[in-house]
Write a protein that binds this ligand. Structure first.
Ligand code: AMP
Length: 360
């Protein structure tokens, strides 16, 4: 495909903070960025060249959007694959393609796909009915984390369940009696993620894997370096590259991994898009994840991903997003998402701190 020229229009499906940061990066490269979102006044709409409000099932609106874009990407993995098909039917390429989405939208197909391509995960069982839970727990050693197959995020749609301790029916009810998986508990030493980019021509690159800390199921901090041996980091990077290649992914994506005390890596899940654990990359690396993603979508060559600084990214969640500018340190880079309402648990922004110059 011929690379897009500056001045072309790139559409983004979804209007949240990831779309907002992609829109800023795309504008910097000279593109007109157009947002498609079912929301009123989405955060991305306020920094883009334009925004359309329409639903994911509105085929006519999707096709009109497609006709106004030279390429379309997404910031939200739960866009229905039918919406992507409608855009492609109008002759506009969607990057990444439907495969990255359809595999990641369902935790069962995601885990099966990872295992199929040789990326180990926690042992798991598929749950379709209440009666499946006890036999699954028996097979997994009596205790496990039940997760809805679809639409879980930030620890939502999850419940620990234990054989013989009651509460199983309540957990099934609380998760909406929806198809689930149960995973064996992983006694991990730490959690890391690998951001990987794959270009239209199949070139790939990764960033240094950050060590991620969660609070209440929500990412709270990502730090680089991870402190792990290079052999472990390299193994993690290879897994992410293998995954991007197996999916034929175009753009940036993230693979989340558990690290066990002996250095064994187990994949938890992947996101077929730019990712919160990569928010430090624009400030600490030669090329950040947002610019890289736009380069991929535009059919441009990849930028270098070397890390130039040690860095720490802290999420501003809920009231923490009401930042007092006087509290900012000289090495803090503040990014706010323009959300009007600081509800508990809502990601409002983040601060990246460069911790020192690193050469090489
Ligand atoms: P997820 O929504 O799958 O990313 O899970 C959110 C967080 O829950 C993870 O980042 C882990 O901290 C924890 N978690 C998820 N799955 C497991 C597991 N099988 N064993 C232990 N902790 C888990």
């Amino acid at each position: 495909m011929t690379p897009l020229q500056p001045g072309a229009t790139i559409g983004i499906l979804g209007g949240g903070q990831l779309g907002r940061m992609l829109a800023v990066a795309g504008a910097q490269l000279g593109f007109d960025m157009l947002i498609y979102s079912p929301e009123d006044d989405p955060p991305a709409g306020r920094v883009a060249a334009g925004a359309r409000k329409a639903g994911w099932a509105d085929k006519a609106a999707l096709q009109a959007f497609a006709r106004d874009c030279d390429a379309v990407t997404l910031e939200f993995e739960n866009v229905p694959v039918e919406a992507l098909a409608a855009i492609e039917a109008a002759g506009t390429p969607v990057r990444p393609g439907a495969k990255s989405l359809s595999v990641s939208q369902d935790r069962a197909s995601e885990k099966a796909f990872l295992q199929e391509i040789g990326i180990a995960t926690a042992d798991y069982r598929v749950i379709d009915a209440l009666g499946d839970i006890a036999p699954a727990l028996e097979a997994l050693g009596g205790y496990g984390l039940m997760k809805t197959r679809r639409e879980g995020y930030d620890g939502k749609g999850q419940a620990w369940v234990r054989l013989g301790h009651g509460g199983i029916a309540e957990a099934w009810e609380a998760l909406g009696k929806r198809p689930c998986i149960i995973e064996a508990p992983v006694r991990f030493e730490c959690e890391i993620s690998v951001l990987v980019a794959r270009s239209v021509t199949g070139e790939t690159c990764t960033w240094a894997p950050p060590r991620n800390t969660h609070a209440n199921g929500i990412l709270s901090k990502s730090s680089v370096p991870s402190g792990l041996p290079k052999t472990v980091e390299d193994a993690a990077r290879w897994k992410a590259v293998a995954l991007a290649e197996a999916l034929g992914h175009v753009g940036v994506m993230a693979l989340e991994l558990f690290v066990l005390s002996d250095g064994t890596l187990l994949a938890n899940e992947f996101a077929p898009r730019v990712h919160n654990s990569g928010h430090w990359t624009p400030e600490a690396c030669q090329t950040g994840q947002f610019e890289q993603h736009i380069r991929c979508v535009a059919g441009w060559p990849l930028g270098d991903t070397h890390r130039l600084f040690d860095a720490e990214m802290v999420n501003l969640i809920g009231e923490a997003g009401l930042v007092d500018p006087a509290s900012l340190g000289p090495h803090d880079t503040l990014t706010l998402y323009g959300k009007r309402d600081a509800r508990p648990g809502r990601k409002m922004g983040h601060i990246t701190r460069r911790l020192g110059l690193r050469i090489g």
